[in-house]
Design a protein around this ligand. Structure first.
Ligand code: CP
Length: 311
């Protein structure tokens, strides 16, 4: 059963993943009916505590909390007492003292959400920790795949891009293996973590091998901010050899979908025609992100000791 926190797909069982996805189905129905003043988390407070930039994750958590009736507070490191030297744990104690219920944290250091979760009474949700995990991104990706294909068994998910620096790749890999999908990774050798096969991934040797028969083609952002430089020759060569162009999709399954967690570097990971094509799910992923985050907030608060939610 889901516990107090959601820290990663590594720690989350297949059963809990399915429970979240099933709950998100109902949430998406409410969203698409434009029912955005729901009572489920009335009287609860959700704080987003972001030490790194974000558009999708922060905004969708805030909207998800508001749609469920919770109060919301946004803290960014640049405008908080972190600038005066306050530690992460002391920031957590401060939020607990104010009777805050949930903290969604994004932090450049892997493991920061786990440390915070050990010290606070509030539920902690990992909104992305360094190069470690981004569990709610993976959950919305799973939702999008299941919506299209109905099941994960026999699904080939091809992930191309900056695997080494990608928390999205790791969360997808951990979760998809539990759900029964095949995960094939492809990147320049400098952007592929050594030994990732031991976590269940298949590492492809060519773009054709990666895409051959793929049901899901997922591009990942080149994370220039986490690189020291010199990991590949140029962005245009990157696109040619490791990015996805329309002609590359001929190798994939004819019913394949294209995904990307965003933000996309157009013409680098995916060309514009691939991003804007009919089988691209990139915008749908964003909508599904709100539904999935509503489900996660609802289930965590419901499962807490003394958690009271309106169903
Ligand atoms: N996918 C994702 O995490 O996007 P943001 O950085 O905009 O939150």
């Amino acid at each position: 059963m889901l516990g107090k926190d959601l820290l990663g797909m590594y720690e989350t069982s297949a059963e809990d993943i399915v429970t979240i996805l099933d709950t998100a189905v109902g949430m998406k129905k409410l969203l698409t009916q434009n029912l955005k003043k729901l009572p489920h988390l009335q009287g609860r407070t959700v704080t987003t505590l972001f030490y790194e930039n974000s558009t999708r994750t922060r905004c969708s958590f805030e909207l998800a909390a508001k749609y469920l009736g919770a109060g919301t507070v946004n803290i960014s490191a640049s405008s908080s007492s972190v600038q005066k030297g306050e530690t992460l744990i002391d920031t957590g104690y401060t939020l607990d003292a104010m009777k805050n219920d949930v903290i969604v944290i994004r932090h450049p250091m892997g493991g920061a959400p786990h440390l915070l979760a050990k010290h606070v009474k509030a539920s902690v949700i990992n909104g992305g920790d360094g190069m470690n995990e981004h569990p709610t991104q993976a959950l919305l990706d799973f939702y999008t795949m299941r919506e299209k294909f109905g099941s994960f068994h026999g699904l080939k998910v091809a992930i191309l891009g900056d695997i080494k620096h990608s928390r999205v790749a790791k969360s997808n890999l951990f979760g998809l293996k539990k759900l029964g999908a095949e995960v094939v990774l492809y990147s320049p050798a400098t952007l592929m973590p050594q030994g990732i096969e031991r976590l269940g991934a298949k590492v492809a040797r060519s773009k054709q091998e990666t895409l051959s028969g793929a049901n899901v083609v997922m591009g990942l952002r080149i994370q220039l901010e986490r690189m020291q430089g010199g990991l590949f020759p140029s962005l245009s060569e990157y696109n040619q050899f490791y990015g996805v162009q329309e002609s590359d999709l001929a190798y994939a399954d004819k019913d394949c979908i294209v995904m990307h967690p965003g933000p996309v570097n157009r013409g680098v990971e995916l060309t514009s025609d691939v991003i804007d094509a009919g089988n691209s799910k990139i915008t749908e992923q964003v909508l599904n992100g709100v539904a999935v985050r509503m489900a996660v907030l609802f289930l965590l608060v419901k499962n807490r000791q003394g958690g009271e939610v309106r169903e």
